[in-house]
Design a protein around this ligand. Structure first.
Ligand code: SF4
Length: 431
């Protein structure tokens, strides 16, 4: 109001400015601010504390669409369409090759467009027979079938195809904000673990300043590290020396990416704490406690038998990431006194060993065990959590007010900028 000479702009004007104007300039303003605080020494730019939080979308909590349900409906619809085409084919011989393939099941699925084109072809072929057939004439059934295809099956097939397109790699979305995905939130006031539509906000901080942020549609932190760092490369904090994050980010793909891009990662993996416990170290079934002879490439099990290399195996996970395993098998497990503790298998014990992952895990362990690494990792708790606390508790930001990934990105950018400005003022005041 001061800038506008005490005029009171309409709320629509403010909103239009927030949605349309800010979209083009906010990123630049934010990056400019970060470049300035970097220059003035508020941050060093070498330590990057990465963590994520889920923020609820401005969408109705009960407007979910699930991928599995859509796939099920789509498959059921394909069968119905196939049956109708079979029945029509019995009445009028359909000469289209693709339809014949579909009827005989050699073509597994037909797209909505194909069904629409085929229906038009049937209408042309049937011609006069579809126009007002007599009461008991078999053409009445034919007319009904064509009508069902046109009014029910084709629109439904189009709807399911559109839904599948909206899902992308996600398993769900909300009808009110189609960019929002259903996720498990920490704030669960109903205490029933209900999934809510939201966005996964990933941010890097240093000295409790938000250095960079990205918004993701998938709820798992593991899969956000690589896209986040790729986008970070275009910001003023292009390449921090250390990336510090919790065990939720400790995967083979992430470790390899950090190594390739020359980041010093301080990221534990899920079993690290467990492996350090005395109970784990005494557990005879764990191969980490077995002897390994590199020359022979064999493990020696607690019963002093050789567990020898058998073959290589590649596994592709749910997201298409390929991991190579070496499969080892014990020479002979018969009459072994440790068998019940060692394996549940009826035959010999098998070991699935992933050498790349084990090596990256060992590297992560070494980095975290160094005094310098420990000190940095300890600071993690003082970095991200207070920022989330400030945004959610003090600034009361628990839910987005705009819809769509682009708009939500702007909204969070404004919030992050406000947080950083307040933090800077506080630091100046303390000095
Ligand atoms: S079950 Fe087989 S692999 Fe396990 S300790 Fe006994 S002999 Fe060794």
């Amino acid at each position: 109001m001061w800038l506008a000479n005490q005029q009171t702009p309409d709320f629509r004007t403010i909103n239009r400015f927030r949605v349309q104007q800010m979209e083009t300039c906010l990123q630049a303003v934010f990056e400019d601010f970060i470049a300035q605080i970097l220059e003035q020494g508020y941050i060093s730019g070498s330590d990057y504390y990465l963590d994520g939080t889920k923020i609820e979308a401005d969408a109705n909590r009960y407007t979910f669409v699930w991928k599995k349900a859509t796939q099920r409906y789509q498959a059921a619809l394909q069968e119905k369409v196939r049956t109708v085409f079979k029945e029509i084919n019995d009445q009028i011989k359909l000469d289209h090759q693709e339809i014949q393939k579909f009827i005989q099941n050699t073509k597994k699925a037909a797209s909505a467009q194909e069904v629409e084109d085929w229906t038009k072809g049937i209408e042309e072929q049937a011609g006069e027979r579809l126009k007002k057939p007599a009461r008991r004439s078999p053409d009445r059934t034919l007319r009904k079938q064509v009508k069902a295809l046109k009014n029910d099956f084709i629109p439904r097939a189009k709807k399911y195809e559109k839904q599948m397109e909206t899902f992308g790699e996600r398993n769900s979305y909300s009808k009110t904000d189609t960019d929002a995905t259903f996720m498990r939130m920490k704030e669960d006031h109903m205490k029933n673990g209900q999934l809510k539509p939201g966005y996964n906000v990933q941010m890097g901080t240093e000295n409790q300043m938000i250095l960079f942020y990205t918004l993701h549609q998938n709820p798992t932190d593991t899969r956000t590290l690589i896209p986040h760092l790729k986008q970070l490369a275009h910001s003023p904090i292009a390449h921090p020396e250390h990336v510090i994050a919790d065990a939720g980010y400790g995967s083979e793909a992430n470790y390899l990416y950090l190594m390739e891009e020359h980041y010093q990662g301080l990221i534990p993996y899920n079993q690290l704490r467990q492996e350090e416990q005395r109970r784990f170290k005494k557990d005879l079934s764990k191969i980490q406690n077995w002897e390994y002879h590199e020359l022979e490439d064999v493990f020696i099990c607690p019963n002093h038998r050789k567990v020898v290399f058998k073959k290589y195996m590649t596994r592709t996970d749910h997201y298409g990431y390929k991991r190579d395993f070496k499969i080892y098998e014990c020479e002979d497990c018969t009459d072994c006194p440790f068998k019940s503790k060692c394996t549940k298998a009826k035959g010999n014990r098998q070991v699935h060993y992933n050498p790349v992952y084990e090596e990256t895990k060992a590297k992560a362990r070494r980095a975290l065990n160094l005094e310098e690494g420990r000190a940095r990792y300890r600071r993690r708790k003082l970095e991200n959590e207070p920022v989330f606390g400030n945004l959610k508790q003090n600034m009361h930001f628990r839910r987005f007010h705009l819809r769509g990934l682009k708009k939500v990105h702007v909204e969070f950018g404004l919030l992050a900028l406000a947080h950083n400005l307040m933090k800077k003022v506080k630091m100046d005041f303390q000095q």
